[in-house]
Ligand binder design. Structure first.
Ligand code: GDP
Length: 330
């Protein structure tokens, strides 16, 4: 029988890539969609899957809508990808961030427990939960957590809620602890897409300079398309367990700038980037580098797209988009 999945956050980067993957695997994909005046389908359109997703109205802050969604769809699998996902905003909207990311996860789990207790549940956990903790420069599943933003705190709360539903009720509930993962449809508020978009603008003569915050922090950046495959594999283990998903490589914002500008033939990126303190954060994570050894051993998962390839892919996609877009939408 055809399997079904309910995906929250379906209109986001990961929601779009995961929907495409699940559709390719023959799933019926139900996408939970917030009512919004803004056009929500750009990411799904980009991957060509909008018409194949069944949309269900709902919002993680509205328990009744979650109960309706679970009862209506009776999914085999639930992927909870919806979140206030931008760290920077979480200092300005800490309560909303917690309502959505932590309490919202519990509301969805309650709906699942009562109305679809056999459904497997995937939670989008994050490397932000580690803060600056590491063991010999690496984060593993055993590294202690020390969240350093309202976002990270809300996500750590959700992480424990998910573990607790597994332990208390025997539900198949798992956390994928994903390190930063990017793509041409990453939101422009994130540093990688901000860079690729601005580099493309500069290359096309549409702009000359742009501002960034801390250039020295390093991140373990992978490709979102690879990471949704790991999500699927985590959900298809015999035993529900948490997994880190990462590349094991780390690069600074400066490295990202170097590769991006070099790719368009501009070697001296310093001329085009200034430091704007507005983009610095009250508390920073200096270095993230995850060990995905467990995922490699148990899931047989390895990331395919390497750092340089990812940067180039994002810059090329932005160049193409800008060339095809009229000036008003740039
Ligand atoms: P995060 O790891 O989830 O917070 O992903 P981001 O892409 O938002 O940020 C990654 C790193 O880039 C953080 O250390 C930020 O402080 C740093 N960064 C430096 N300048 C900027 C900027 O202008 N925007 C963003 N979003 N991050 C920046």
């Amino acid at each position: 029988m055809k399997k079904s999945a309910l995906v929250t956050g379906v209109s986001g980067q990961d929601g779009a890539y995961l929907s495409r993957l699940l559709l390719e695997k023959g799933y019926t994909v139900y996408g939970l969609l917030q009512r919004s005046t803004r056009y929500a389908f750009a990411n799904l359109d980009y991957l060509g899957v909008t018409a194949d997703v069944d949309f269900v109205d709902g919002d993680l802050t509205d328990e009744a809508s979650l109960i309706n969604a679970v009862c209506r769809t009776r999914p085999d699998e639930i992927y909870n990808l919806a979140a206030q996902s931008f760290v920077g905003t979480s200092w300005d909207q800490p309560i909303l961030t917690t309502e959505i990311n932590a309490v919202g996860t519990m509301k969805l789990l309650e709906a699942a427990k009562r109305h679809a207790p056999q459904a497997k549940f995937y939670q989008a956990s994050t490397s932000e939960m580690f803060g600056n903790c590491h063991q010999d420069g690496l984060q593993t599943e055993e590294t202690p957590f020390h969240p350093r933003s309202p976002y990270a705190i809300s996500k750590l709360c959700a992480y424990w809620i998910v573990n607790n539903y597994r332990e208390s009720y025997g539900m198949f509930c798992v956390n994928g602890i994903l390190f930063n993962h990017e793509s041409p449809i990453r939101g422009k508020e994130f540093v990688t897409r901000k860079i690729s978009h601005n580099v493309a603008k500069i290359k096309l003569g549409l702009s000359e300079r742009f501002g960034l915050g801390n250039l020295d922090s390093t991140r373990d950046w992978g490709f979102a398309g690879d990471y949704v495959e790991a999500m699927f594999l985590i959900m298809h283990q015999d035993v529900p367990e948490n997994f880190i998903v990462s590349t094991g490589e780390t690069h600074s914002i400066r490295d990202f700038l170097t590769v991006a500008f070099n790719h368009v033939g501009i070697p001296d990126w310093e001329k085009h980037v200034y430091v704007d303190p507005a983009f610095k954060r009250p508390a920073e994570l200096f270095s993230l580098k995850g060990s995905s050894r467990k995922a490699q051993e148990k899931l047989k998962w390895t990331p395919k797209v390497k750092f340089e390839e990812l940067v180039r892919m994002m810059v090329d996609a932005d160049l193409e988009r800008l060339r095809n877009t009229n000036k008003v939408n740039r």
